[in-house]
Design a protein around this ligand. Structure first.
Ligand code: SF4
Length: 361
């Protein structure tokens, strides 16, 4: 007699926002057969989101390189010789120009990143001005500037900043292997300051640092057991940059990455789970598995800080092939125009004699 197929645990157990995850529960999720894990994650995803919508953000590096921190994965650290060209803080007008282009390309959120330990007093008037002007274009705004004091968080919130990104990177146990110049507690304090100022939180981590599954579980437990789940949870795949201490790390099994997306989706059912750094090295099939596992946000078009990002055209083609549409910005005044912009670009490319339409091949 053939054994009765085992169904994944009833998804009614999952899908609710919880802040009491323990290690064993999370390791049990990681240990599920791949199909069961993806099935469960997709069911949870559909409880809270349209499964065929993906939020689209554009990232702009407003100050590049020469960072005093020692994050071992990062080409922007001044401690590693990666050949990265340093750039001073970008002029406000230039940032606004980039934001305008991002909006025209279909982005609804504009993220501005500076390679700082934390912003200095003299920087604050510039960054707050950037927030005001980018927001006035009808874009959601996000910044990542390093650690923030409560006062700095308040200044950014007063300027209208919607999201602040500050990643936890990995588990508290593995963290010391990756960064020594700031503590896990420092990171949690910044996230607390961002929340207290009333901004939304974007916080996630990196997979492929050499961590084990228990560390991936540990990272997700830290994020999911915060008093409020981050609204946005970037799950990055290590981009190995020559000159950084992690350049020779072993390649990550892509299924391990997809598992992490699925577990994040189950543990933080109402958050946007974002495919971030490392997407360039993912083929279309892997990206579509990530969407199936519950990823519903990407960076689009522009460079992802200093590492490459797939060409915008390729993203649009993949969206079209999968029947995915970009999610609108809720406060966007002219919601239809985001889709119209994207559709116009897809049509324009399809009319290009060199356009390869894999859907029709
Ligand atoms: S990750 Fe951020 S804080 Fe760390 S070295 Fe890079 S820019 Fe600096």
């Amino acid at each position: 007699m053939t054994a009765k197929p085992q169904m994944p645990q009833a998804t009614s157990v999952y899908g609710e926002v919880r802040h009491d995850w323990n290690r064993q529960q999370v390791l049990d999720l990681f240990a599920l057969p791949f199909n069961d894990l993806l099935f469960t994650a997709q069911q949870v995803h559909r409880q809270h989101f349209d499964a065929n919508r993906v939020q689209v953000s554009t990232l702009c590096s407003i100050k590049t390189g020469a960072c005093p921190e020692d994050c071992t994965y990062c080409p922007q650290s001044a401690r590693y010789d990666t050949g990265l060209e340093r750039e001073k803080l970008m002029k406000v007008e230039k940032v606004v120009e980039e934001a305008r282009a991002a909006k025209a390309g279909g982005a609804t959120r504009f993220c501005m990143g500076a390679a700082w330990r934390s912003p200095k007093k003299k920087d604050m008037p510039y960054v707050t001005q950037m927030v005001k002007e980018v927001k006035s274009l009808g874009l959601e705004t996000c910044m990542t500037l390093g650690m923030l004091t409560d006062e700095q968080a308040k200044d950014l919130a007063d300027a209208g900043l919607d999201y602040y990104n500050h990643n936890l990177d990995t588990s508290p146990e593995y963290y010391g292997e990756i960064i020594t110049t700031r503590t896990y507690e420092d990171r949690l304090t910044t996230l607390g300051n961002v929340r207290a100022a009333g901004m939304k939180v974007c916080a996630g981590g990196i997979i492929g640092l050499g961590e084990g599954e228990k560390d991936r579980a540990g990272l997700l437990i830290q994020l999911a057991n915060l008093p409020d789940h981050p609204e946005s949870v970037p799950i990055n795949m290590l981009v190995k940059v020559a000159g950084t201490p992690l350049a020779e790390n072993e390649d990550l099994d892509p299924f391990e990455f997809i598992r992490c997306i699925a577990v994040a989706r189950i543990m933080m059912p109402k958050s946007h789970v974002r495919l971030s750094a490392g997407r360039e090295s993912m083929n279309d099939e892997m990206q579509s598995l990530a969407f199936l596992a519950g990823a519903n946000s990407i960076f689009y078009g522009e460079k992802l800080l200093t590492t490459g990002n797939p060409e915008a055209n390729k993203d649009m083609q993949l969206f079209a092939r999968l029947g995915i549409k970009p999610e609108e910005y809720q406060q966007y005044q002219d919601e239809a125009s985001v889709e119209a912009d994207l559709q116009a670009q897809i049509t324009e490319q399809q009319n290009d004699p060199f356009f390869y339409d894999a859907a029709k091949a």
